[in-house]
Design a protein around this ligand. Structure first.
Ligand code: RIB
Length: 296
């Protein structure tokens, strides 16, 4: 079973600040770093580090070759990544405050150059039963969901960043796996309690699987057969960027490998706790060996 991640590839400019800048405020930063990120890239690398077979599809801009190289270095197949030379790569301006919390401003750039023809050409190389993983930082998300569903692929949606259009889209009915946080769960279901968020999604889409992350309260998985929860591993927070992406990649790899759900949640929770203790997006994602040997 192959995982195709059709997702964003961003250059992340990370500024360390006392607090996130308020409207109208001019704020000095103590340092700036440039990292490779994008929810798509981070999730592909996390899946690959967790031991899954991952293909990444997407578009890099004239300045984005390092992103493709990083995916290759981490064992991700990049044959479906194209470079568009007449646009800049997508990028993110990330403020990380003294508590490790972040605020992210996105410029889509090359990520918005994925076309329906790109989706069709890429999906033609995959089969029923393979997995399509999507976030919401690229074009053609809705088109790709329907096209993958029509082929018999399993659709995994991490609806981040959430938009009103995504929350109300008709294609939600084709999503097999939802991987989302409480805020996104609330935007889709209107509910605030974790149990009610899961139940509301499962009432509408009874065959779906819901993986809900709950920040400091851990995570909850629910489908028509299983309910499982896992608490967080408590660590010193350095930078929360890509913690959710690390969780998503490790979770999906556990599902593909057929691990018991309790084990999958434990590995995903541990991997994201390690990522929270390190700076940057993709550089913070731990290897499977690190996750398995970590004493948290
Ligand atoms: O989830 C973290 C990611 O969100 C960052 O790497 C940034 O590029 C944005 O896509």
């Amino acid at each position: 079973m192959k995982i195709l991640d059709m997702g964003s590839l961003n250059l992340d400019f990370v500024y360390h600040v006392d607090h996130v800048a308020a409207p109208g405020e001019t704020l000095p930063s103590s340092s700036v770093e440039e990292h490779l990120g994008g929810k798509g890239l981070n999730q592909s690398i996390a899946c690959a580090k967790a031991g899954a077979c991952v293909y990444h599809a997407g578009k890099i801009g004239s300045d984005g070759m390092a992103l493709k190289e990083a995916l290759e270095e981490n064992g991700v197949n990049t044959q479906f990544i194209d470079q568009v030379n007449d646009t800049k790569n997508g990028h993110a301006i990330i403020q990380v405050d003294k508590n490790g919390q972040n605020s992210i401003l996105l410029f889509a750039g090359s990520n918005y150059r994925i076309t329906e023809a790109d989706v069709d050409r890429t999906l033609a190389e995959f089969e029923a039963g393979d997995i399509l993983l999507l976030q919401n930082e690229t074009t053609c998300v809705q088109y790709a969901i329907k096209a993958a569903h029509d082929k018999g692929m399993q659709v995994v949606l991490n609806p981040s960043p959430m938009s009103a259009e995504l929350a109300s889209m008709d294609e939600m009915k084709y999503v097999d796996w939802f991987i989302l946080n409480e805020v996104e769960g609330n935007q889709i279901s209107g509910e605030t309690e974790p149990e009610k968020i899961c139940d509301s999604i499962l009432t509408k889409y009874p065959n779906a699987h819901v993986m809900l992350t709950l920040g400091g309260n851990g995570c909850m998985f629910k489908d028509k057969n299983i309910v499982a929860r896992h608490p967080i591993f408590k660590v010193k927070v350095v930078d929360t960027t890509a913690a959710g992406d690390t969780f998503t990649g490790y979770f999906l790899a556990g599902v593909v490998k057929g691990l018991p759900m309790e084990k999958t949640l434990e590995l995903a929770s541990k991997a994201s706790a390690i990522a929270v203790g390190r700076p940057g997006a993709s550089p913070s994602i731990p290897s499977l060996e690190e996750v398995e040997s970590a004493q948290l």
